[in-house]
Write a protein that binds this ligand. Structure first.
Ligand SMILES: Cc1cc2nc3c(=O)[nH]c(=O)nc-3n(C[C@H](O)[C@H](O)[C@H](O)COP(=O)(O)O)c2cc1C
Length: 336
């Protein structure tokens, strides 16, 4: 909305109108975020979807995993967590059947029970429930053994992480020049698989990736984004990273989607880099209208917050990249 001010209007009147308009726009957009958080997160205690219940269960089994991973786990810790899991797991399995979340929880409960009993605390009720649930696990999941803790060695971590990370990081550039070659779907899947190792709050893994493969879809998606002119259409694929608000449970987590989704996107960019592909992050710094329009055009759910787009493609043999110099260490490191 542009105001036509009279040429004789005093500057403070113009400033007032401009400022009011900005504030109104901000309020409407914050309201959009607020409405979506209220509707889709479980901040209002309304656990009415599988994703919401799974998030609560994941938070709790992960509390047990974390407790068991301490240097000196406390015998019998987490009674409140156990009570919630004993209530939530049967409900979950009844409504949604056995799946990885339920199985991981079951294995974690068993690890918790084993730890306690090795230290002289035997909870017969808990053990009976675990055994009874185990007997109802479908045959196909019998060998599923994830959940609880696992032993790793310092030498394993040091050997596995022994790469020239500085060189790896320094050789990643935002790429705005791609060849015509399409990226093989298996390579795209491999990068997304690698990004799955990204840390997330309580391991809730709210991030997802929409992958657009057809030329038409790619063009359509890019038409909603304002920073890809001159190179977007050269990219083999465009991905949209989203974070599902149904995974978040409290007021304090109102911005968590941007953290978890942002970290996921970073992993994805590095995964592509490790596979020799070029990427360019594409901002989704938009208002309510554009956000809703892209969701409508692509089928992205209202519960999913769009973090960013990523253009990906094959690198030409030689290309120009923006230098994008970085700030000095002294400017960003505050040692207190
Ligand atoms: C969230 C995010 C959004 C970005 N959006 C755009 C964009 O719309 N268009 C673009 O050309 N580059 C975009 N970039 C790339 C940045 O300009 C680039 O990362 C920065 O200048 C540092 O350069 P480098 O990636 O080559 O190290 C974006 C980067 C991030 C992290």
């Amino acid at each position: 909305m542009l105001h036509k001010f009279s040429p004789i209007a005093p500057p403070f009147v113009k400033r007032f109108y401009v400022k009011s308009e900005i504030i109104l726009r901000l309020i409407l957009n914050y309201k959009y975020d607020l409405d979506r958080f209220l509707k889709w997160s479980s901040v209002n205690q309304n656990i009415n979807s599988q994703t919401k219940l799974r998030a609560l269960i994941t938070m709790d089994y992960h509390r047990l995993e974390k407790g068991l991973a301490l240097k000196m786990p406390k015998v019998g810790f987490g009674k409140d967590v156990i009570a919630r899991l004993l209530y939530n797991i049967p409900q979950y399995v009844e409504k949604y059947d056995w799946d990885e979340t339920a199985l991981i929880t079951l294995n974690t409960l068993l690890a918790y029970h084993n730890f306690n009993s090795q230290h002289g605390l035997i909870d017969q009720d808990l053990y009976k429930k675990i055994i009874s649930w185990k007997s109802s696990v479908p045959e196909k999941f019998i060998s599923f053994n994830q959940g609880g803790t696992t032993k790793v060695t310092k030498s394993y971590i040091i050997e596995s992480s022994n790469i020239d990370l500085l060189k790896f990081l320094e050789s990643r550039y935002s790429v705005r020049n791609f060849t015509d070659e399409n990226v093989n779907i298996e390579l795209l899947k491999k990068a997304i698989f690698m990004a799955q190792k990204t840390p997330s709050v309580c391991n809730r893994q709210s991030s997802k990736v929409y992958l657009f493969t057809s030329e038409d879809d790619k063009r359509k998606v890019l038409s909603y984004q304002n920073g890809n002119r001159g190179f977007g259409e050269q990219a083999s694929n465009v991905l949209i990273v989203v974070s599902d608000l149904e995974n978040f449970t409290s007021t304090g987590e109102r911005n968590q989607c941007w953290i978890d989704g942002g970290m996921y996107a970073m992993s994805l960019v590095y995964a592509f880099h490790s596979l020799g592909l070029g990427t360019c992050c594409l901002n989704w710094s938009v208002g309510k209208g554009t956000d809703q329009a892209l969701k409508k055009a692509t089928g992205i759910k209202d519960s999913e917050s769009i973090i960013m787009m990523i253009a990906v493609g094959h690198l030409p043999d030689e290309l120009s990249v923006a230098q994008s110099p970085r700030k000095e260490l002294e400017e960003v490191l505050i040692i207190k």
